[in-house]
Every structure is written in C-alpha cells, then in structure tokens.
Design a protein around this ligand. Structure first.
Ligand code: ASP
Length: 331
C-alpha cells in the first residue's frame, strides 16, 4: 500500500503498555505492520506479572480463577479476532490473532477458546500468582458475609466497590496494593498509514464468573478502520458495550467530525446511559492522519504515545468531558 503523505509510525496506548513500547517501536521503525506492533506490545504486558489487570498475574474472578479477554482488529481489512473468559493461557492476544487468521469466526469464549488454544499449540499454565491470590483473598476475608452465594448480595457488593473506586481510585489502589481494574489498549499506525488495535484484560477483579466486558468486543473495546481512524477503551466495560464506544468514535469521524469532536461526542453518549455503578470510561483515539487524543468522563486520566523520533513514550493528559458537555484540557 502506498505510504500516505504526512503519516509516521505511531503508538498510542493506556499507560500500562509502556513495558512493550520499546519492542513495538522497534518493529514499526523496521517497517512492520501496525498489526504486528500492537500484538507485540500487548503480549509484553500480558507477560508482566506486576500488572494485575492483564494476562499472567491478573486478578481473578470471584471463584479465584483468572479469566482473560482480548481482541485484535486490523484496520486494513476490518478483520477482528477475540477470546473471552479464557482460562489457563497467558497470552490471549496471540490466541485472538489466531482466531482472526485461522477461523471463520470473530470471538471464541470459555472452554471452546481454551480448546482452540490447545489445538494451536499454546501452552497451558496456572495464571494466578501468589501475589494476585493474596490480594484476592484479602478482600474476600475483609468482606466476609458480603459476598455470594446470593446474586443480590453480589450486586450490592459490586455497586459499593465500584462507587468507592469511582470516588477515589487512588485510595482503592492503595488499599489493595495494586490497580484492581484495568486493561491494556494499544493503537498503532505503521509506515503505510495502516491502523490496528489490540486490547487485553483480566477484567474487573472479583467479577462474577463468566462476566465479559468491552475488551474482546469489536466496536466496544476497540475498533480500527484505516479510512477514518481507530479507538479503544478502558474502564467500566459494560458502558462501552452499551454505547459501542470505540466504533462510535470512528463512525463520528466517518460522518465528518474531527477527531476531538468525535471523541467528545462518544463521551457524551456515555452520560446518556443510566448506570448506578457510577464509574468511568477512558477512550484513546487516532485519526487517519495520525492525530491522537485521550478522552474521559473522569478527571485526571492520562495516556501515552510515541513516534520514531522519540526515545521513550510521553504521557499526556486526557481531555475530561463533564456531564453538561464542558471540556477540560490538562490537569
Ligand atoms: N474495560 C475492562 C473491563 O470492563 C476493565 C478496565 O479497563 O478497567 O473488563
């Protein structure tokens, strides 16, 4: 494909992707595809045991099982592959890519996804590290009597947890010694101007077994279309699923809005959702020309980006959009 004038390789991501940026940028500088770059970055985050929101070392569901979700989408072909509620494999992003490249399907879930991973030769292992197990257990003990059995109790419990997180995410992270929600999302643009997005998460810690958020849903947690742009989300996945947030950003651009206005419009769509869990969604977006932004319905969020001229990623504040539509740039 002919290189688009003015387009340079670019990586845009959630902050926890920084461990994979060196490899991603090396690939892009060497002329690799955006698809190869996003997968390489996410793979490194999945391998990082210190990140308790993604891959190996991720925090488990209510039963103490690590259940992973991941997706990849290629903006050149609009093909996507994803796995959801997958247990026992540390690199769901590689399996998602195999789904895209070898099956006539987009999304495999649960035991079927695990069977496919085994057949493709991926190694099975225990993903729950001692550290993650201790965090999981500490909260179960602290909240004894509040957790299921009992769906209503689970619901009340999660509502309180989500509200505490929304009110003061730093205090919650301090209490548990780690971020207890999170996702890695990466968008890349390569030398040919092609876009790709990859996402991966262990989802909400202590989630109901089988719960799947936005991360493995093309259009919700991520979307890429070379013609217009790409977007991806972190935060409360249920909201991004209901508002189809990543696709919305790209669609608003297709309908003529500039990147910033498209992202703002998608945040405003989130405010229309009734949601007593009161938590945030942050979106990361790139247009076909390589402009990039982070937008959020929460203050104080940031994202990282890097171009080939930069030695390391730079952190930028996300634009905060309030419920009445006002924008706030920077801290
Ligand atoms: N979006 C992820 C999910 O809902 C979690 C997160 O980013 O905090 O599973």
């Amino acid at each position: 494909m002919r290189a688009r004038s003015g387009v340079h390789p670019l990586l845009v991501a959630s902050k926890n992707a920084d461990v994979g940026f060196e490899e991603g940028m090396r690939l892009l500088r060497a002329g690799a595809s955006a698809l190869d770059a996003v997968v390489a970055v996410v793979r490194q985050v999945e391998d990082n045991p210190k990140d308790h929101t993604v891959g190996y070392g991720g925090l488990p569901n209510l039963r103490g099982e690590v259940e992973l979700d991941a997706m990849v989408m290629d903006g050149a072909t609009l093909k996507a592959g994803a796995v959801a509620a997958l247990k026992g494999f540390r690199n769901p992003i590689l399996i998602a890519r195999q789904v895209m490249e070898t099956l006539p399907h987009v999304l495999l879930a649960g035991e079927g996804a695990a069977q496919f991973a085994r057949e493709m030769g991926f190694e099975e292992e225990e993903l729950l590290t001692e550290e993650a197990r201790a965090i999981w257990k500490r909260r179960l003990e602290a909240d004894a009597g509040e957790l299921p059995p009992g769906v209503a109790r689970y619901y009340r419990h999660m509502a309180r947890f989500a509200r505490a997180l929304a009110k003061d995410p730093e205090a919650a992270a301090e209490e548990y010694g780690t971020d207890v929600t999170g996702t890695v999302v990466v968008i890349a643009q390569d030398q040919q101007g092609r876009l790709a997005v990859a996402t991966s998460t262990s989802g909400w810690a202590w989630k109901y077994p089988g719960r799947v958020g936005d991360t493995p849903i093309p259009g919700a947690g991520g979307y890429a279309d070379n013609r217009y742009g790409a977007a991806a989300c972190t935060g409360r996945g249920e909201m991004a699923v209901r508002a189809v947030t990543a696709r919305s950003v790209v669609l608003y651009m297709k309908m003529g809005l500039p990147l910033w206005n498209a992202a703002r419009e998608a945040v405003l769509d989130l405010y229309a959702l009734e949601d007593e869990f009161a938590s945030g969604v942050t979106l990361y977006a790139v247009d076909a020309h390589g402009n990039h932004v982070g937008f959020s319905n929460r203050e104080g969020r940031t994202y990282i980006f890097q171009t080939p001229h930069m030695a390391s990623p730079e952190e930028r504040p996300c634009v905060f959009v309030g419920p009445d539509g006002q924008w706030q740039f920077g801290p």
